[in-house]
Design a protein around this ligand. Structure first.
Ligand SMILES: [Zn+2]
Length: 293
């Protein structure tokens, strides 16, 4: 049996998965981010032991972590600040007395969707996260492709506008500053919008023909098209699966492919763009699958 842990900014979730891929048990706690790194470690260890007690046997452990990982298993670029630079993988492995696999949450999402979600059976899958941030992961023949510097799939920090909003990574106009929830709302504000306070509300206003919200949604779709055409021109995946809060915007599937088609290096766009099937569980399921290959 396998254990998957999804360490999020606000909650930490653990699942126990049987050999058939079914979730046998699920536990969820608030992430003790304010209490610091050792409190986060303690909580993960406790979750593993609780799930293992239910399994009645030793289990493999995979963890989905926020942010990117260095080759040594340290975390960089995480919005859970207390994790940055810590030897997370080494500490978990030594405290649990077994090797632990760790991947960033976008890679776990892509893996789960490739193995048991909207990309199942496809020979290559690009998984996209459009949530608080923008990330992605690449799965080729059911295996994660992480790359030399462990940054494969990080399309969110390609800049599409050198004069655009500044990004925490040091660049301006990163895809993340436009295609994330906060980025979409900021664009609406720049256009003069004041009434909507969530991305969903901006979409509702656009559907009600509010011109500012319509422009914000049009900008989102246009940037989505340009940004994903860049990914397709390099990777040409067999399917693109969307996740994260903004992936619920239906226009991304209705009008999004036409926008991508404008910029892709092919007379037509054949790449399917699909919503994910695993929902909020994709990260934790992907983490449990890290030992499957
Ligand atoms: Zn950036």
């Amino acid at each position: 049996m396998r254990i998957g842990i999804d360490l999020g900014g606000t909650k930490t979730e653990g699942v126990l998965v049987d050999s058939g891929g079914s979730v046998v048990s699920r536990k969820r706690y608030p992430t003790p981010g304010q209490a610091g790194y050792s409190a986060i470690l303690d909580q993960i260890i406790s979750l593993v032991y609780q799930l293992e007690a239910q399994a009645g046997q030793d289990c493999s452990v995979g963890v989905a972590a926020p942010g990117a990982l260095t080759a040594e298993g340290r975390i960089k670029n995480s919005n859970t600040q207390c994790l940055i630079g810590e030897p997370f993988q080494e500490d978990l492995s030594s405290r649990l007395g077994r090797p632990v696999r760790i991947e960033n949450d976008a890679n776990c999402f892509a893996l789960a969707e490739a193995l048991s979600g909207a990309g199942r059976g496809m020979s290559s899958v690009f998984g996209v996260i459009m949530g608080t941030g923008v990330g992605g992961g690449m799965v080729i023949r059911q295996r994660l492709h992480t790359g030399l510097q462990h940054i494969a799939g990080e399309w969110g920090h390609n800049s599409i506008n050198p004069d655009g909003p500044s990004c925490y990574c040091g660049q301006r106009g990163c895809i993340e500053t436009y295609l994330s929830g906060p980025g979409f709302l900021a664009d609406y504000r720049r256009l003069g919008g004041v009434t909507a306070v969530t991305p969903e509300a901006v979409v509702c206003e656009a559907e009600a023909k509010n011109p500012i919200a319509e422009q914000a949604l049009d900008n989102l779709l246009e940037r989505f098209g340009k940004a994903l055409a860049g990914v397709i021109n390099i990777l040409d995946p067999h399917v693109i699966v969307l996740g994260g809060g903004l992936s619920k915007i239906s226009q991304l599937y209705d009008s999004g492919p036409d926008r991508i088609a404008r910029y892709v290096f092919n007379p037509v766009l054949e790449t399917p763009v699909r919503p994910n099937l695993n929902g909020d569980s994709a990260g934790v399921l992907g983490a449990a699958s890290l030992w499957d290959y």
